[in-house]
Design a protein. Structure first.
Length: 208
């Protein structure tokens, strides 16, 4: 049985990742692809508990602790869910993965992209996505969309400069690895973004 594909979706908060993930999941299933949709942090009991911690606006969490918490949640998700699914031939569509930590904690929190990459290499066992879809929006657009969703979580309350650094880091990651990371225009309507994502995955999709 061929190994499944790992497809990750990245971008700023408010870029439309969850909308794309849901639409892409439905479209892949319609095309006969066996696929599971997971989110980060989360997707496993331990990871969901860590998610509640890192998003809690009442907590003060240092930058290094934040990076390690995300890596711990990711390690559990990979071991418990992602690797078994891939080994069984199922595709995994993952709302955020290592690139989020590289951008948010490595660049946004100033820990350094390579330092954060190293702890995540341990946490994931070196697992790399087959393709990453990067939804690009201006930080101001992402923040405006967040405001429409209600109360902001701990990370969403970070200053504008933080999100500008994150956006810049995402663009650098895409430039450094253009074969894996494909940029999508998050400012388009959801159906147009979905169409872009399918084009970006065309070489991986089974013949229909």
């Amino acid at each position: 049985m061929p190994r499944g594909r790992l497809i990750t979706i990245e971008g700023l908060d408010g870029a439309g990742k969850t909308t794309l993930a849901t639409g892409l999941h439905d479209e892949l299933r319609r095309r006969g692809v066996e696929v599971d949709l997971l989110r980060e942090p989360g997707g496993a009991d331990l990871a969901e508990r860590i998610r509640a911690l890192v998003k809690d606006p009442s907590l003060t969490i240092g930058a290094r602790a934040e990076a390690l918490l995300y890596a711990a949640a990711r390690a559990q998700l990979v071991e418990e869910r992602v690797e078994p699914l891939l080994a069984g031939g199922t595709w995994v569509l993952l709302d955020r993965f290592v690139d989020s930590s590289l951008a948010y904690q490595g660049a946004g929190r100033g820990l350094g992209v390579e330092a954060v990459r190293e702890i995540n290499r341990l946490g994931t066992g070196g697992l790399r996505p087959d393709r990453t879809l990067l939804l690009r929006v201006e930080p101001s657009v992402g923040r405006a969309r967040q405001a429409d969703r209600g109360a902001a979580d701990r990370l969403e309350r970070s200053p504008q400069e933080f999100f500008a650094a994150v956006a810049e880091a995402y663009d650098r990651l895409a430039s450094d690895d253009p074969e894996r990371v494909r940029r999508l225009d998050g400012g388009l309507a959801p159906q147009e973004v979905l169409a872009q994502s399918l084009t970006a995955l065309e070489d991986l999709l089974p013949d229909t």
